[in-house]
Design a protein around this ligand. Sequence first.
Ligand code: ADP
Length: 273
Amino acid sequence: MQIAFDQVSHIYGKGTPFEKRALSDISLTIPSGAYVGIIGQTGSGKSTLIQHLNGLLLPTSGSIRVGDWEITPGTKLTPAFRRHIGIVFQYPEHQLFEETIAKDVAYGPMQFGVPAAETEQRVEQALATVGLSYAEMKDRSPFRLSGGQMRRVAIAGVLAMEPSVLVLDEPTAGLDPAGRQAILEAIYDIHKERRLTTIMVTHSMEEAARYADWLIVMAGGQIALQGTPQDVFADSDRLHELSLDVPETVSFIRQLNNRLPQDKQIPLSLYRE
Ligand code: ADP
């Protein structure tokens, strides 16, 4: 599903003493099947941006096209639309609540009236996709899992809705390096297998660059920089101006280059040993 923002601005609490402009004139296009990383410091507008994708927030001005839907300041969105946009919020495991893992993952499809047999299939598949065995997990309590496993269950719950777009807000926050890697690999596999349009918010340039094929760097509610990882990394001066945690090591750039065709590789001379 293609997504296009046309001059979107968002002001929280407009007309109140607490008025806060969080997005200014954002225009961007995300082609169907892309994997986009949204990077930026805390407060740069990343969460506000993604909440416009399923109408949790409406633009104060401007419009957003998601597939055939158009979202404008006055739009009333239907559940049929929301179902297409799977959003995994920060610390999604805090929203687990059912007594078994199977019931938790099934919650979304059941709410949307998906028949029980199909729901069960979806639950099984969604758990397998995030690397968990249905047979082993289905009757267990989600609250007795490790942090990383709980997060996988929460992501499976979103996948069971079979969304057309998958949006993840800091999916690796608070996990150890092995847990982070496992989650990122699982997301990348889902994206590849289903050609699922994937949007990942992160404050880590490294995580974004490793998996995404397009990066959007936010600063002060605007797009400060966007392009392929190699374009963005090549602009190291701008990245420094934006004070982002740029992984400057040659070893990181080498690893990134391993995934890129020869003509798209980042010159190592830009980075220090
Ligand atoms: P990020 O996700 O990059 O950390 P946010 O989108 O959360 O950024 O925030 C962008 C700006 O909007 C920040 O200045 C933040 O303080 C402000 N903001 C976020 N949510 C609200 C809210 N509900 N009410 C008022 N201001 C908000």
